[in-house]
Design a protein around this ligand. Structure first.
Ligand SMILES: C[S@@+](CC[C@H](N)C(=O)[O-])C[C@H]1O[C@@H](n2cnc3c(N)ncnc32)[C@H](O)[C@@H]1O
Length: 227
């Protein structure tokens, strides 16, 4: 039985896709430049890597892959994605027939496939009919399950709570709640970038094993768990 949040999400995005086919609004983006700004911030998580696997959770029609082809062509990146809306999965498969796209719900569970990085862009913006409590449970499930599937880290964005006005269907992230969730359930290794034009911020959360692998100083080894 599908949960309410998922049903709401599918209805919103199906309608947007049908009404705005071929435009950024088909995945609820204001403009191409808004999307590029968001993607560029999320992709900063792999700026020092050259050969990686990434998985786009809530990929829409895989516009992020188009951005990666344009802006990170010098890197070797194996891209794949997951989406709950069948119409988006079909459209992404037509656009990029050689790539793997999964029609599945990452809010339900984590899956066995793993990647260096999992990215979520624009997935937690449109709360619509879901209550704030339902939405916070929903984003925590997706983020937790995505984190379980990453070898290095995850990147995602939220609308900032520091805005000029509110719109009811939008989720303005409760930052203290988010930070406590990250530290308690995921990892104490994280970054928050609240430094760009949009009323949004981008978060990176890293696996402890990844940070440990980059920390060579013997005197710092005591700060990591031994596993
Ligand atoms: C605003 S769109 C963003 C699409 C894409 N990331 C982009 O920037 O073009 C949010 C997407 O998240 C998807 N989504 C929502 N819940 C999901 C879930 N539980 N698992 C996978 N995708 C989900 C929606 O269907 C929608 O396509």
């Amino acid at each position: 039985m599908k949960n309410e949040t998922r049903k709401n999400q599918e209805n919103i995005f199906r309608e947007l896709f049908q009404k705005n086919y071929g435009t950024p609004m088909s995945v609820s983006s204001e403009s191409l430049n808004h999307k590029k700004q968001r993607f560029s911030k999320v992709c900063d998580i792999f700026k020092d890597d050259n050969d990686i696997t990434i998985h786009d959770v809530g990929m829409g029609v895989a516009d992020l892959y188009g951005f990666i082809q344009e802006s990170h062509s010098q890197k070797k990146i194996l891209y794949s994605g997951t989406e709950i809306l069948k119409e988006y999965v079909e459209e992404a498969s037509v656009r990029f027939p050689d790539l793997a796209f999964f029609h599945r719900d990452i809010a339900e569970k984590s899956f066995d496939d793993t990647y260096d990085y999992l990215l979520m862009s624009g997935v937690f913006h449109q709360r619509r009919e879901s209550s704030i409590r339902q939405w916070e449970k929903f984003y925590q499930e997706i983020i937790k399950n995505s984190f379980a599937m990453c070898k290095k880290g995850i990147a995602f964005n939220f609308i900032s709570p520091f805005v000029d006005f509110y719109q009811t269907p939008v989720y303005y992230c409760n930052l203290p709640k988010l930070i406590n969730f990250i530290n308690d359930d995921l990892s104490r290794f994280f970054e928050i970038k609240h430094d760009y034009a949009l009323y949004e911020f981008t978060v990176f959360v890293y696996q402890e094993s990844y940070i440990k692998s980059k920390t060579v100083q013997p005197e710092f080894q005591k700060y990591f768990k031994n596993d």
